[in-house]
Design a protein around this ligand. Structure first.
Ligand code: NAD
Length: 257
């Protein structure tokens, strides 16, 4: 069993009880760790509701990762050091998701890339000075980084950059003994997912086409996350690990059984 007693996680990306980051929070706490949550201002009331009476949550901080100053201030105001960092952040403007990628404006492209990809680099850079030895970071990505997924549009480009950032950051973090990995999660119904055109179609595909004959749920991802952030994964870095009921290995699915 994974033992996070005495370990601290800084978790970005809880917006509601359906957030993948919330399930990771619960599993870090279940393993004995403590958590500091970083949330976006617009989700303040949901966060207060969600975290009240939850033991193991040490603190709440507001931060919009689009802004360098806010991330800098966040890290200046954090107390103590951390063993785990979770980056579970993604965003593309509705105006970009509603149009074919060829019509994405420069402004929407920049917004998507800064929040969904560059923020990982921004957080990693500031985090270096608050990490304990042998710390671990994870981020969340999706199959559309490497395959064509109808409806995912400009987010596909951002996820490709994010996965590349994971590889690029791995030797930099590795020089200090830290690891970084991405989890490529299968489709899960969350607030972010509700903005993807045709999401129900993508999700509906899972029961029939995956080797496990089901879609993954938040908990499937959270369990992989705590493994990757634990000592059990001490030799794994720079990787994109699929937690998708095996969907990513399917060529022609068996739809007859
Ligand atoms: N749900 C899925 O099907 C799925 C599949 C694969 C990967 N992912 C990825 O998982 C991650 C978490 O998404 P989720 O599905 O749990 O949805 P979610 O809506 O619960 O989480 C998205 C988070 O991004 C945060 N965020 C957006 N813009 C931000 C900003 N400017 N500053 C700070 N935080 C910001 C939001 O506050 C929210 O907490 C995302 O990277 C998403 O792309 C989701």
């Amino acid at each position: 069993m994974i033992d996070f007693n005495g370990k601290r996680a800084l978790i970005f990306g809880v917006a509601s009880e359906t957030s993948i980051a919330w399930s990771i929070t619960e599993w870090v706490i279940k393993a004995g760790g403590s958590v500091v949550l970083v949330y976006q201002k617009r989700f303040l009331s949901r966060i207060m509701q969600l975290t009240k009476d939850v033991e193991g949550i040490e603190g709440l901080h507001e931060c919009d990762v689009s802004f360098e100053d806010q991330v800098k201030n966040l890290f200046n105001n954090l107390e103590g050091r951390f063993d785990m960092i979770v980056h579970s952040i993604g965003f593309a403007p509705a105006s970009a998701l509603s149009k074919p990628t060829i019509f994405t404006t420069e402004e929407d492209f920049n917004t998507t890339m800064i929040i969904s990809a560059y923020s990982l680099q921004r957080i990693a850079r500031h985090a270096m000075r608050v990490l304990n030895p042998n710390s671990s970071m994870i981020t969340l990505t999706y199959l559309a980084a490497t395959r064509l997924v109808d409806g995912y549009r400009i987010m596909s480009v951002a996820k490709a950059a994010l996965e590349s950032f994971v590889r690029e950051l791995s030797p930099i973090l590795g020089a200090a003994g830290h690891r970084i990995n991405a989890i490529s999660a299968g489709p899960i119904r969350t607030l972010a997912a509700s903005g993807i055109p045709g999401f129900d179609n993508i999700l509906g595909y899972m029961d029939k086409t995956t080797p496990l004959k089901r879609a993954v749920v938040q908990e499937d991802v959270a369990k992989a996350a705590i493994f990757l952030m634990s000592e059990l994964a001490s030799g794994i870095t720079g990787q994109t690990i699929f937690v998708d009921s095996g969907y990513s290995i399917v060529g022609v699915p068996n739809v007859t059984d």
